[in-house]
Structure formats: C-alpha cells, structure tokens
Design a protein around this ligand. Structure first.
Ligand SMILES: [Zn+2]
Length: 341
C-alpha cells in the first residue's frame, strides 16, 4: 500500500537495450537458447527495478522486456491463439498480427477455442516483486484489445470476447494468489471503437466480478475517442484509469470539467510519441499539467505517469531522464501540500 499523495508510476513497458534486441533476434533465428535470452531479460529487469527505486517511483513495473508486444505475447501463451507473420499497421510500423480462436498450420488456420492452460505472467511478476518492497503492478492486456488488434476466427465478436474473458480471469486469479495487489488490464482498443463499449464492458465485468476487494484494478487507454467513451467509461470495474493527457493538450480536461471523474486518475504527464524531440521534458511543463489535473480531482485521487508505455522511446537514457524529471516535478507539487512547520 502506497501512502503518499500523488503517487508516481509508469504504464508498463521500458525500452529494451541493443544487446537484448540482438539476443531476441538470435533466439528467433534459433542461434541461442531460451535460457540465454531469459537470463538477459532477468538481468535487465533487475536494472529497471533498481532504477525505479532509485528515482523514487511509487508503483513499479517489470518493464515487459520479455514481450514482443502487448497482444502477441498473450496470443503466444493462450491456447487457441496464434501469431501470424508481419503486418503493417496504419502507423507504419510492422507487427505480428495474432489470430484469436485458431491455430496456423502453414497457410491454413484450424479453429480452436481460446483457453487458459497455465499462468503466463506470474513468474515474471513474482521475480520483479521479489526485488523490491514497493508494489509492482501486474499488467495484462484486456479482452477487447486482444480481439481488436487480431484476426478473429470466431463467428462473432461476442463469442470471442466471452472466451477471451474466461481465459484472462484465471490469470488474474493466479496473480492474486501470488500476492499481486495492483493489477492493470490495458484496454486501449476500447477508445478506438466506442460503439463496442458495452461488449467490452461485459467481458471486463466477467474477469473482475467478485474480485474487487482482493486487488486494485487499473486500466490504461491510449489516445482515442475519449469524448465518445467518457463518462460511461467510469462504469467499468476499474479503480484507476490512465489516459494520454499530455499528448494533444489534455483532451480529457474539458470532458472531466463537465462530468466529474469519480475514480483515481493517472495523469499522463509527458508525450511518449514525440520522436522529434531529442531533449528531456521540462519539469515546469509537468508541474503545470499536474496542477491542471488537481483542478479536476483531489490529490488523494491523482497519480502521475508517462502518457503510455515507453518501449518505443528514443533511448534508454532519455527515458530515464524523463522519468527522473517527472518524479521530481510530482514531488515538488506533493510537498506543497505538507503543512507549514
Ligand atoms: Zn498507451
């Protein structure tokens, strides 16, 4: 339990080192064994935990150094899912598009029900948590987002979402049994397709039903149609929501002004997509954004984070410098709440 005003955190992913990227490639090509790759992933996880502690982040993450991306990683580890070859996204990067409800055999796909067979993230979470006394968030990808960025081999979205929810719930239970107290279920797909909100909600309700008191459930939304999902997004069973609030000038601000934010708001304090900017963020900009956030929710219900995951950041050095500045800015605002002595 973190007992400070304005606790700081991150969304989940950190950039991989050049050495780790090389090893991942070598592993894919069958040139090194799994244990060599995993040893490096664990080594870098230790580095990132130490770094987060050093700069004073409150809720830590393991950095997701063992994931290709947030969808493929789970598709690789759930039965009845598979991962296709590289596909070009509208943002012009390549990713391996997963298949939900089927197995690839050459160019054929055999239909198969999605099922959870064993814990996917628990060992990684347990390892990261064993390194620190601060809480480490467990991070999963939600059912709607899994489906949204994949090929759906089911006859309907409803059936696919139902089976995905049934497959993700046991992972949540396994994390709770291992001791995870903060579980983030990323659902950026929801703000992409607001018309499917109720379908997504049904799936998330299924995952969390009855577990509300056993962990703090959190979610992350990337930039999307916030104006079409807010305020009904607050009906989801999450206690903490993170949005991209630095990118494009705090698009949630006028929405929350109109309709109060009743949960905890995790403020995105710097844009992670600005590839043109080689310089660190400015502390004064972060502080100004936090103060705007405090116009919307009290400090007990405000957290600070980057806008999104940092795996595509320009460099490890810049990522670390920006996080350090974010923590310092937050601390300065936090200190202004201390009683005068
Ligand atoms: Zn995001």
């Amino acid at each position: 339990m973190v007992n400070v005003l304005l606790p700081t955190t991150t969304i989940g992913s950190f950039p991989k080192s050049k050495e780790l990227k090389k090893l991942r490639k070598a592993y894919d090509e069958g040139k090194v064994g799994k244990e060599v790759l995993e040893a490096k992933e664990y080594e870098e996880t230790v580095d990132w935990i130490r770094f987060q502690e050093k700069i004073g982040l409150d809720y830590l993450v393991d950095g997701e150094l063992y994931r290709g991306d947030m969808i493929a990683y789970f598709a690789e580890n759930l039965q009845g899912c598979d991962v296709s070859g590289l596909v070009r996204s509208f943002e012009n990067f390549y990713y391996r598009r997963p298949v939900i409800g089927g197995k690839l055999q050459g160019t054929n796909i055999t239909r198969e029900k999605v099922r959870w067979t064993q814990p996917i993230t628990v060992d990684r979470w347990r390892f990261a948590q064993s390194l620190t006394t601060r809480p480490v968030k467990a991070i999963l990808t939600g059912p709607y987002t899994m489906l949204h960025w994949s090929y759906n081999m089911y006859n309907s979205k409803e059936q696919a979402l139902e089976d995905l929810a049934k497959a993700i719930r046991p992972e949540v239970l396994a994390l709770i049994n291992a001791g995870a107290k903060n579980i983030q279920i990323d659902e950026p797909g929801i703000s992409d397709v607001p018309q499917d909100f109720l379908l997504a909600k049904k799936a998330i309700d299924h995952i969390i039903r009855g577990l509300e008191g056993q962990a703090t459930f959190e979610t992350h939304f990337c930039f999307g149609h916030y104006n079409q999902i807010y305020p009904r997004v607050l009906d989801l069973p999450f206690q903490v929501y993170s949005f991209e609030t630095a990118n494009r000038g705090f698009p949630m601000y006028p929405l929350i002004k109109k309709s109060p934010f009743t949960k905890t708001l995790c403020l995105g304090t710097f844009d992670v997509h600005d590839e043109t900017n080689p310089r660190p963020i400015k502390k004064e900009d972060v502080k100004a954004l936090i103060l705007r956030g405090l116009e919307l929710v009290p400090p007990e219900r405000l957290r600070t984070a980057p806008d999104c995951g940092l795996k595509t950041a320009r460099s490890i050095e810049l990522t670390r410098e920006n996080l350090r500045i974010m923590v310092e800015a937050t601390r300065e605002v936090r200190d202004s709440y201390k009683p005068l002595s």
